[in-house]
Ligand binder design. Structure first.
Ligand code: S3P
Length: 414
């Protein structure tokens, strides 16, 4: 068994959410092609529809007519999607729309205070379960947002940008420069530059026309396929039209440093985002490197699959400064440690990361994905390496972010 072929992936999840949220603010029709229709993005679509936004979908092309937001008749279900919850809270508080938000068990354990505090400081009246969901916006912000402490979360940054777009007064949002910048790029593409020195400065503006974009392939989803190619002897793949934003390609840079054979070609700028074709092939001499500091931010969603690669590489990988991983869909540090340890990998959990020494023989065990899509997909790839039959097993939970996961693998496994 090996992997071979050429693939084209559905649009990046982070950009798909943002295209919908910005589309919801614009009083003209916008077209979004190659949108991701994973469960998380579907949660955003459904929530916006409940708030009177007209969204039509045909073959992964969305037509959205915004500027008509209204308070929903019943609560908004954010399901498993942190991006939906945080960005929607910002959008609604900015537009002064009353709404109640709920989520699934995992999302209800994830911190929302990071959004609620700056919104409340800007005059919003919001009640919550001690800074967790369920949350109810009773009234929106009444003055500008000031976030002096540099946020390390792109979700917080984007939520506050969306809120700022509903206020006459200029808001000022400070942020860590390694946080993904799709919102800023999107607004710039729409003709609104919100970058001012080290901060984002934004206020209510009118967009005179809708947009018509096509979203580049999801780099976080590509990471699973690329890892499988690198690990399985004789494999190679080309992924066309892939997002190559320099704040999202931490995984690619790291594995290149580890000795993976990756070749980037046909780089171009589409709708403000860097896009490329990526070629990867089986890379037998991987060596572990460290992942610490701000670099963690640019590979935050790829750490589960990076941990899998670390088990197959020479030397030790130290992942540190990654405490944020404990606040994802599950505690990802714990979930990686639990499963690798069960498989008899040489692995140690630390307060803010994980240390993995590669080269141990790994044993098949029953994987506990802790209800987390990325943990499930990462261990599916490891299973594929250890046991060829995995490809027959469908992974329902992949639908959260990568509904084409199984089909894509089926197409390229030969
Ligand atoms: C996202 C930002 C990241 C990432 C998440 C998507 C986004 O979260 O982990 O999957 O689209 O802005 P944080 O902003 O909480 O780090």
């Amino acid at each position: 068994m090996k992997i071979e072929g050429l693939i084209y992936l559905r649009g990046d999840k982070s950009i798909s959410h943002r295209a919908l949220f910005f589309g919801a603010l614009i009083k003209h029709t916008s077209i979004i092609k190659n949108i991701s229709l994973c469960n998380d993005v579907t949660a955003t679509i459904n929530a916006l529809r409940q708030c009177n936004i007209n969204i039509k979908i045909k073959n992964n092309i969305v037509e959205i007519l915004g500027g008509t937001l209204k308070s929903p008749n019943s609560f908004l279900n954010m399901h498993n999607s942190g991006t939906t919850a945080r960005l929607m809270l910002g959008l609604m508080a900015g537009q002064n729309i009353r709404a109640k938000f709920v989520g699934d068990n995992s999302l209800s354990l994830r911190p929302m205070g990071r959004i609620l505090k700056p919104l409340t400081n800007a005059g919003a009246n919001i009640i919550s379960n001690d800074s967790f969901l369920p949350i109810e916006i009773l009234s929106g912000i009444t003055k500008s947002i000031v976030l002096k402490e540099k946020t390390k979360s792109a979700q917080v940054k984007s939520s506050l940008i969306l809120a700022a777009l509903g206020q006459k007064e200029k808001s000022k949002i400070c942020y860590n420069k390694f946080t993904r910048n799709h919102s800023e790029i999107f607004l710039d593409y729409l003709g609104y530059n919100v970058l001012e020195g080290d901060a984002i400065v934004a206020h209510n503006i009118q967009f005179n026309q809708g947009f018509n974009i096509s979203i580049p392939g999801d780099i976080s989803n590509a990471a699973f396929i690329i890892a499988a190619v690198i690990l399985i002897p004789g494999s190679s793949i080309t992924i066309t039209n892939l997002l190559n934003n320099n704040l999202r390609n931490g995984f690619i840079n790291l594995i290149k440093e580890m000795g993976a054979y990756i070749h980037i070609k046909n780089s171009s700028l589409k709708y403000g985002e860097q896009v490329c074709d990526l070629y990867a092939e089986y890379s037998p001499n991987l060596k572990n490197i460290n992942l610490t500091g701000d670099k963690v931010i640019t590979a935050i969603d790829e750490i589960p699959i990076l941990a899998i690669l670390a088990t197959q590489a020479k030397g030790t990988m130290v992942i540190d400064d990654a405490k944020e991983l404990r606040m994802k869909e599950t505690d990802r540090i714990r979930a990686i440690f639990y499963n690798l340890n069960n498989m008899q990998a040489n692995v140690r959990e630390t307060d803010s990361g994980i240390v993995i020494k590669g080269g141990n023989k790994l044993y098949n065990t029953i994987i506990n994905d802790f209800g987390d899509h990325r943990i499930a997909m990462a261990f599916y790839i490891l299973d594929l390496l250890l046991n060829n039959e995995t490809i027959n097993k469908k992974l329902e939970i992949a639908n959260v972010s990568f509904p084409e996961f199984h089909q894509t693998l089926k197409e390229v496994v030969v």
